[in-house]
Design a protein around this ligand. Structure first.
Ligand code: PLP
Length: 392
Protein backbone atom coordinates (compact mmCIF):
# COMPACT_ATOMS: atom_id res chain seq x y z
CA UNK A 1 0.00 0.00 0.00
CA UNK A 2 1.35 3.43 -0.94
CA UNK A 3 1.86 5.46 2.24
CA UNK A 4 1.89 9.24 2.50
CA UNK A 5 5.09 11.27 2.16
CA UNK A 6 4.32 12.63 5.62
CA UNK A 7 4.37 9.23 7.26
CA UNK A 8 7.41 8.12 5.29
CA UNK A 9 9.37 11.06 6.67
CA UNK A 10 8.84 9.99 10.30
CA UNK A 11 11.35 7.98 12.33
CA UNK A 12 9.42 5.73 14.72
CA UNK A 13 10.10 6.34 18.43
CA UNK A 14 13.26 4.42 19.34
CA UNK A 15 12.30 4.47 23.02
CA UNK A 16 9.05 2.68 22.32
CA UNK A 17 10.82 0.26 19.96
CA UNK A 18 13.43 -0.76 22.57
CA UNK A 19 10.80 -1.00 25.30
CA UNK A 20 8.72 -3.29 23.05
CA UNK A 21 11.71 -5.51 22.24
CA UNK A 22 12.48 -5.81 25.97
CA UNK A 23 8.82 -6.64 26.64
CA UNK A 24 8.82 -9.35 23.93
CA UNK A 25 12.01 -10.91 25.32
CA UNK A 26 10.51 -10.91 28.80
CA UNK A 27 7.30 -12.53 27.49
CA UNK A 28 9.50 -15.25 26.00
CA UNK A 29 10.90 -15.96 29.47
CA UNK A 30 14.19 -14.02 29.21
CA UNK A 31 15.30 -12.20 32.38
CA UNK A 32 15.51 -8.72 30.84
CA UNK A 33 16.22 -5.61 32.89
CA UNK A 34 14.84 -2.56 31.18
CA UNK A 35 16.47 0.82 31.78
CA UNK A 36 14.47 2.27 28.91
CA UNK A 37 11.28 3.20 30.77
CA UNK A 38 9.88 6.65 30.15
CA UNK A 39 7.33 6.33 32.92
CA UNK A 40 7.22 6.01 36.71
CA UNK A 41 7.30 2.38 37.82
CA UNK A 42 4.68 3.00 40.57
CA UNK A 43 0.98 2.31 40.18
CA UNK A 44 -1.50 5.20 40.07
CA UNK A 45 -2.52 6.12 43.64
CA UNK A 46 -5.66 4.36 44.91
CA UNK A 47 -7.33 7.70 45.61
CA UNK A 48 -7.27 8.49 41.88
CA UNK A 49 -8.44 5.03 40.84
CA UNK A 50 -11.32 5.28 43.35
CA UNK A 51 -12.33 8.69 41.93
CA UNK A 52 -12.39 7.25 38.40
CA UNK A 53 -14.46 4.28 39.59
CA UNK A 54 -16.97 6.52 41.41
CA UNK A 55 -17.30 8.87 38.44
CA UNK A 56 -17.78 5.93 36.07
CA UNK A 57 -20.47 4.42 38.31
CA UNK A 58 -22.27 7.78 38.21
CA UNK A 59 -22.35 7.65 34.42
CA UNK A 60 -19.42 9.99 33.74
CA UNK A 61 -18.49 7.83 30.80
CA UNK A 62 -19.43 10.09 27.91
CA UNK A 63 -17.89 12.52 25.44
CA UNK A 64 -16.94 15.85 27.00
CA UNK A 65 -16.20 19.35 25.72
CA UNK A 66 -13.22 19.16 23.36
CA UNK A 67 -11.27 21.53 25.61
CA UNK A 68 -11.84 19.22 28.57
CA UNK A 69 -14.26 19.17 31.50
CA UNK A 70 -14.76 22.64 33.03
CA UNK A 71 -14.04 21.14 36.48
CA UNK A 72 -10.69 19.80 35.27
CA UNK A 73 -9.73 23.10 33.62
CA UNK A 74 -10.63 24.79 36.90
CA UNK A 75 -8.43 22.33 38.84
CA UNK A 76 -5.56 23.02 36.41
CA UNK A 77 -6.04 26.80 36.78
CA UNK A 78 -5.77 26.37 40.56
CA UNK A 79 -2.66 24.21 40.18
CA UNK A 80 -1.01 26.84 37.94
CA UNK A 81 -1.77 29.56 40.48
CA UNK A 82 -0.61 27.50 43.45
CA UNK A 83 2.55 25.92 41.99
CA UNK A 84 3.64 28.39 39.32
CA UNK A 85 2.15 31.71 40.40
CA UNK A 86 0.53 31.99 36.97
CA UNK A 87 -3.04 33.09 36.34
CA UNK A 88 -4.95 31.46 33.49
CA UNK A 89 -8.68 31.48 33.03
CA UNK A 90 -10.56 28.43 31.81
CA UNK A 91 -10.57 29.50 28.15
CA UNK A 92 -6.76 29.55 28.25
CA UNK A 93 -6.57 25.87 29.21
CA UNK A 94 -6.91 22.85 26.93
CA UNK A 95 -6.92 19.19 28.00
CA UNK A 96 -5.60 16.59 25.55
CA UNK A 97 -4.70 12.90 25.38
CA UNK A 98 -1.38 13.24 27.18
CA UNK A 99 1.26 15.93 26.74
CA UNK A 100 2.34 14.13 23.58
CA UNK A 101 -0.95 14.73 21.79
CA UNK A 102 -1.16 18.25 23.20
CA UNK A 103 2.22 19.00 21.59
CA UNK A 104 1.12 17.39 18.32
CA UNK A 105 -1.96 19.59 18.23
CA UNK A 106 0.08 22.70 19.02
CA UNK A 107 2.38 22.06 16.05
CA UNK A 108 -0.60 21.29 13.80
CA UNK A 109 -2.39 24.46 14.90
CA UNK A 110 0.54 26.85 14.48
CA UNK A 111 2.96 25.68 11.79
CA UNK A 112 2.78 26.32 8.06
CA UNK A 113 5.03 24.68 5.46
CA UNK A 114 8.60 25.82 5.96
CA UNK A 115 8.14 27.46 9.37
CA UNK A 116 11.25 26.86 11.42
CA UNK A 117 11.16 25.54 14.97
CA UNK A 118 14.32 25.72 17.08
CA UNK A 119 14.79 22.52 19.05
CA UNK A 120 17.82 22.31 21.35
CA UNK A 121 19.48 18.89 21.17
CA UNK A 122 19.63 16.44 22.87
CA UNK A 123 15.83 16.52 22.54
CA UNK A 124 12.91 14.30 23.40
CA UNK A 125 12.38 12.02 20.40
CA UNK A 126 8.90 13.21 19.42
CA UNK A 127 9.45 16.96 18.95
CA UNK A 128 11.28 16.79 15.63
CA UNK A 129 9.03 14.12 14.17
CA UNK A 130 5.82 15.90 15.19
CA UNK A 131 7.12 19.18 13.77
CA UNK A 132 7.84 17.44 10.45
CA UNK A 133 4.36 15.89 10.33
CA UNK A 134 2.90 19.38 10.83
CA UNK A 135 4.92 20.68 7.86
CA UNK A 136 7.42 22.62 9.94
CA UNK A 137 11.16 22.43 9.83
CA UNK A 138 13.00 21.42 13.01
CA UNK A 139 16.21 23.43 13.40
CA UNK A 140 18.52 21.69 15.85
CA UNK A 141 20.56 23.86 18.20
CA UNK A 142 23.25 21.49 19.42
CA UNK A 143 24.03 21.91 23.12
CA UNK A 144 26.99 20.26 24.82
CA UNK A 145 28.08 19.08 28.25
CA UNK A 146 30.00 22.38 28.63
CA UNK A 147 26.69 24.15 29.29
CA UNK A 148 25.09 21.12 30.99
CA UNK A 149 23.22 20.60 27.70
CA UNK A 150 21.40 23.92 28.06
CA UNK A 151 20.53 26.41 25.35
CA UNK A 152 22.40 29.69 25.79
CA UNK A 153 21.31 33.11 24.47
CA UNK A 154 24.23 33.02 21.99
CA UNK A 155 23.23 29.62 20.63
CA UNK A 156 19.60 30.70 20.43
CA UNK A 157 20.48 33.85 18.47
CA UNK A 158 22.74 31.86 16.14
CA UNK A 159 19.76 29.73 15.07
CA UNK A 160 17.16 32.48 14.69
CA UNK A 161 16.17 33.44 11.13
CA UNK A 162 13.21 35.35 9.70
CA UNK A 163 11.51 31.95 9.31
CA UNK A 164 11.72 31.10 13.03
CA UNK A 165 8.20 30.66 14.32
CA UNK A 166 8.78 28.74 17.50
CA UNK A 167 11.21 27.48 20.14
CA UNK A 168 10.71 24.26 22.09
CA UNK A 169 12.16 24.20 25.60
CA UNK A 170 12.01 21.21 27.93
CA UNK A 171 12.94 21.55 31.59
CA UNK A 172 13.44 19.31 33.53
CA UNK A 173 14.83 17.67 30.46
CA UNK A 174 14.38 14.28 28.85
CA UNK A 175 16.95 12.82 28.09
CA UNK A 176 19.66 14.83 29.88
CA UNK A 177 18.00 15.48 33.26
CA UNK A 178 19.13 19.11 33.26
CA UNK A 179 17.00 21.86 34.81
CA UNK A 180 17.21 25.53 33.73
CA UNK A 181 17.76 28.03 36.53
CA UNK A 182 15.66 31.19 36.76
CA UNK A 183 18.67 33.22 35.70
CA UNK A 184 19.30 31.08 32.61
CA UNK A 185 15.64 31.36 31.63
CA UNK A 186 15.77 35.12 32.14
CA UNK A 187 18.71 35.38 29.73
CA UNK A 188 16.77 33.44 27.08
CA UNK A 189 13.64 35.49 27.80
CA UNK A 190 15.59 38.72 27.21
CA UNK A 191 16.35 37.56 23.66
CA UNK A 192 12.88 36.13 23.01
CA UNK A 193 10.96 39.15 24.27
CA UNK A 194 12.43 41.14 21.37
CA UNK A 195 10.69 38.77 18.94
CA UNK A 196 7.26 37.19 18.39
CA UNK A 197 8.66 33.66 18.55
CA UNK A 198 6.18 31.27 20.17
CA UNK A 199 7.77 29.50 23.13
CA UNK A 200 6.53 25.99 23.77
CA UNK A 201 7.68 24.81 27.19
CA UNK A 202 7.31 21.18 28.05
CA UNK A 203 7.15 20.97 31.86
CA UNK A 204 5.99 17.36 32.16
CA UNK A 205 8.77 16.54 34.70
CA UNK A 206 8.06 19.66 36.79
CA UNK A 207 7.74 17.87 40.13
CA UNK A 208 10.92 15.83 39.71
CA UNK A 209 13.80 18.18 40.55
CA UNK A 210 16.68 17.47 42.94
CA UNK A 211 18.38 20.80 43.55
CA UNK A 212 17.60 23.55 41.09
CA UNK A 213 13.90 24.35 41.60
CA UNK A 214 11.59 24.30 38.60
CA UNK A 215 10.73 27.74 37.20
CA UNK A 216 8.34 28.31 34.33
CA UNK A 217 9.65 30.80 31.77
CA UNK A 218 6.09 32.15 31.49
CA UNK A 219 6.33 33.46 35.05
CA UNK A 220 9.19 35.87 34.22
CA UNK A 221 7.13 38.69 32.71
CA UNK A 222 3.84 39.40 30.92
CA UNK A 223 5.35 39.70 27.43
CA UNK A 224 6.99 36.27 27.74
CA UNK A 225 3.82 34.83 29.26
CA UNK A 226 1.85 35.99 26.22
CA UNK A 227 4.36 34.28 23.89
CA UNK A 228 4.48 31.04 25.88
CA UNK A 229 2.38 27.95 25.74
CA UNK A 230 2.96 25.63 28.70
CA UNK A 231 2.57 21.89 28.26
CA UNK A 232 2.21 19.61 31.27
CA UNK A 233 0.11 16.69 32.53
CA UNK A 234 -0.39 14.00 35.13
CA UNK A 235 1.65 11.22 33.48
CA UNK A 236 4.88 11.67 35.40
CA UNK A 237 3.63 13.62 38.44
CA UNK A 238 0.97 11.08 39.44
CA UNK A 239 2.10 7.86 37.72
CA UNK A 240 -0.76 8.19 35.24
CA UNK A 241 0.89 7.53 31.86
CA UNK A 242 -1.81 5.10 30.78
CA UNK A 243 -4.72 7.40 31.55
CA UNK A 244 -3.63 9.85 28.83
CA UNK A 245 -4.29 13.29 30.27
CA UNK A 246 -2.13 16.31 29.48
CA UNK A 247 -2.84 20.01 29.10
CA UNK A 248 -1.74 23.29 27.60
CA UNK A 249 -2.06 26.81 29.07
CA UNK A 250 -1.68 29.92 26.98
CA UNK A 251 -3.18 32.17 24.34
CA UNK A 252 -6.98 31.73 24.20
CA UNK A 253 -7.10 31.76 20.38
CA UNK A 254 -4.55 28.95 20.17
CA UNK A 255 -6.41 27.02 22.90
CA UNK A 256 -9.61 27.24 20.82
CA UNK A 257 -7.71 25.98 17.79
CA UNK A 258 -6.48 22.98 19.78
CA UNK A 259 -10.06 22.21 20.81
CA UNK A 260 -11.20 22.60 17.23
CA UNK A 261 -8.60 20.06 16.02
CA UNK A 262 -9.73 17.71 18.80
CA UNK A 263 -13.38 18.07 17.83
CA UNK A 264 -12.51 16.63 14.41
CA UNK A 265 -10.06 13.96 15.56
CA UNK A 266 -10.50 12.42 19.02
CA UNK A 267 -13.55 14.41 20.29
CA UNK A 268 -12.19 14.61 23.85
CA UNK A 269 -10.10 12.83 26.44
CA UNK A 270 -11.90 9.82 27.98
CA UNK A 271 -14.23 11.28 30.60
CA UNK A 272 -13.24 8.83 33.41
CA UNK A 273 -9.57 9.76 32.90
CA UNK A 274 -10.44 13.42 33.29
CA UNK A 275 -12.06 12.64 36.65
CA UNK A 276 -8.81 10.89 37.60
CA UNK A 277 -6.84 14.05 36.74
CA UNK A 278 -9.21 16.19 38.85
CA UNK A 279 -8.54 13.86 41.80
CA UNK A 280 -4.78 14.08 41.10
CA UNK A 281 -4.73 17.88 41.21
CA UNK A 282 -6.82 17.89 44.38
CA UNK A 283 -4.54 15.42 46.16
CA UNK A 284 -2.26 16.41 49.01
CA UNK A 285 1.03 17.64 47.42
CA UNK A 286 2.83 15.46 50.00
CA UNK A 287 2.14 12.61 47.61
CA UNK A 288 4.28 14.04 44.78
CA UNK A 289 6.94 14.93 47.35
CA UNK A 290 7.18 11.22 48.24
CA UNK A 291 7.72 10.40 44.53
CA UNK A 292 10.31 13.12 44.25
CA UNK A 293 12.25 11.85 47.26
CA UNK A 294 12.20 8.28 45.95
CA UNK A 295 13.57 9.42 42.59
CA UNK A 296 16.17 11.64 44.22
CA UNK A 297 17.55 8.69 46.20
CA UNK A 298 17.54 6.59 43.05
CA UNK A 299 19.28 9.38 41.13
CA UNK A 300 22.07 9.46 43.73
CA UNK A 301 22.58 5.71 43.53
CA UNK A 302 22.28 5.58 39.73
CA UNK A 303 24.80 8.38 39.23
CA UNK A 304 27.30 6.65 41.49
CA UNK A 305 26.79 3.39 39.61
CA UNK A 306 27.25 5.01 36.18
CA UNK A 307 30.41 6.74 37.31
CA UNK A 308 31.89 3.33 38.12
CA UNK A 309 31.51 2.11 34.50
CA UNK A 310 34.84 2.30 32.69
CA UNK A 311 35.15 4.75 29.74
CA UNK A 312 31.75 6.38 30.40
CA UNK A 313 31.30 9.95 31.63
CA UNK A 314 28.10 11.62 32.75
CA UNK A 315 26.88 14.97 34.05
CA UNK A 316 24.91 14.78 37.28
CA UNK A 317 21.24 15.15 36.38
CA UNK A 318 19.09 17.54 38.42
CA UNK A 319 15.66 16.38 37.33
CA UNK A 320 13.41 13.80 35.59
CA UNK A 321 14.56 10.14 35.90
CA UNK A 322 17.30 9.74 33.32
CA UNK A 323 21.07 9.71 33.06
CA UNK A 324 22.64 10.63 29.75
CA UNK A 325 26.23 9.34 29.72
CA UNK A 326 28.76 9.75 26.92
CA UNK A 327 29.12 6.18 25.64
CA UNK A 328 30.99 6.47 22.32
CA UNK A 329 34.44 5.96 23.84
CA UNK A 330 33.24 2.94 25.78
CA UNK A 331 31.61 1.48 22.64
CA UNK A 332 34.85 1.96 20.68
CA UNK A 333 36.92 0.31 23.41
CA UNK A 334 34.57 -2.67 23.09
CA UNK A 335 35.09 -2.79 19.32
CA UNK A 336 31.91 -1.03 18.15
CA UNK A 337 31.79 1.91 15.74
CA UNK A 338 28.45 3.15 17.01
CA UNK A 339 26.61 3.39 20.30
CA UNK A 340 23.56 1.91 18.50
CA UNK A 341 25.43 -1.35 17.79
CA UNK A 342 26.89 -1.45 21.32
CA UNK A 343 23.45 -1.02 22.91
CA UNK A 344 21.91 -3.69 20.66
CA UNK A 345 24.52 -6.27 21.67
CA UNK A 346 24.15 -5.51 25.39
CA UNK A 347 20.44 -6.24 25.03
CA UNK A 348 21.12 -9.41 23.04
CA UNK A 349 23.95 -10.77 25.21
CA UNK A 350 23.30 -9.37 28.69
CA UNK A 351 19.56 -8.68 28.50
CA UNK A 352 19.82 -5.06 29.61
CA UNK A 353 17.80 -2.54 27.61
CA UNK A 354 18.54 1.17 27.34
CA UNK A 355 18.14 3.71 24.56
CA UNK A 356 20.92 4.89 22.23
CA UNK A 357 21.27 8.66 21.93
CA UNK A 358 20.81 8.74 18.15
CA UNK A 359 17.03 9.16 18.49
CA UNK A 360 17.62 12.14 20.80
CA UNK A 361 19.95 13.83 18.30
CA UNK A 362 23.09 12.84 20.25
CA UNK A 363 24.52 9.62 18.78
CA UNK A 364 27.56 9.48 21.08
CA UNK A 365 25.35 9.21 24.17
CA UNK A 366 22.73 6.87 25.58
CA UNK A 367 19.75 7.34 27.87
CA UNK A 368 19.54 5.26 31.00
CA UNK A 369 16.32 5.45 32.99
CA UNK A 370 16.36 4.93 36.76
CA UNK A 371 12.62 4.48 37.01
CA UNK A 372 13.24 1.02 38.42
CA UNK A 373 14.03 -0.39 41.88
CA UNK A 374 17.61 0.06 43.04
CA UNK A 375 18.50 -3.64 43.22
CA UNK A 376 17.47 -4.23 39.58
CA UNK A 377 19.31 -1.07 38.49
CA UNK A 378 22.49 -2.23 40.21
CA UNK A 379 22.22 -5.68 38.68
CA UNK A 380 21.84 -4.09 35.21
CA UNK A 381 25.01 -2.06 35.75
CA UNK A 382 26.84 -5.19 36.88
CA UNK A 383 25.84 -6.89 33.62
CA UNK A 384 26.97 -3.88 31.55
CA UNK A 385 30.33 -3.94 33.33
CA UNK A 386 30.64 -7.69 32.65
CA UNK A 387 29.95 -7.01 28.98
CA UNK A 388 32.66 -4.33 28.83
CA UNK A 389 35.13 -6.56 30.63
CA UNK A 390 34.51 -9.41 28.19
CA UNK A 391 34.93 -7.15 25.13
CA UNK A 392 38.02 -5.20 26.16
N1 PLP B 1 7.33 15.34 27.03
C1 PLP B 1 8.41 14.67 27.45
C2 PLP B 1 9.70 15.38 27.57
C3 PLP B 1 8.32 13.30 27.76
O1 PLP B 1 9.40 12.64 28.17
C4 PLP B 1 7.07 12.65 27.60
C5 PLP B 1 6.92 11.21 27.86
O2 PLP B 1 7.85 10.44 27.86
C6 PLP B 1 5.98 13.41 27.18
C7 PLP B 1 6.15 14.74 26.89
C8 PLP B 1 4.63 12.78 26.96
O3 PLP B 1 3.90 12.67 28.12
P1 PLP B 1 2.39 12.15 28.12
O4 PLP B 1 2.39 10.81 28.75
O5 PLP B 1 1.64 13.16 28.93
O6 PLP B 1 1.93 12.12 26.71
Amino acid sequence: MELSKKVKSITPSQTIEITNTARQLRAAGVDVISLSAGEPDFNTPDEIIDAVYDASKKGRTKYTASKGLPALRQAIAEKMQRDNNLTYDENQIYVGNGAKQVLYNIFMATLNEGDEVIVPSPYWVSYTEQIKIAGGEPVTAVTTEDTDFKLTPELLKAHMTEKTKMLVLNSPNNPTGTVYTKDELQQLADVLAETEIIIVVDEIYEVLTYGTPHVSIASLNDKIKAQTIIVNGVSKSHAMTGWRVGYACGDAELISALASLTSQSTTSVAEPSQYGAIAAYNMDPKHTETYRKTFEARRDNAFQQIESIPYMTCIKPEGAFYLFPHVQKCAEQCGYDTVDAFVKDILREKHVAFVPGSGFGAPEYARISYSIDEASFNEAIRRIKDFIEEKT
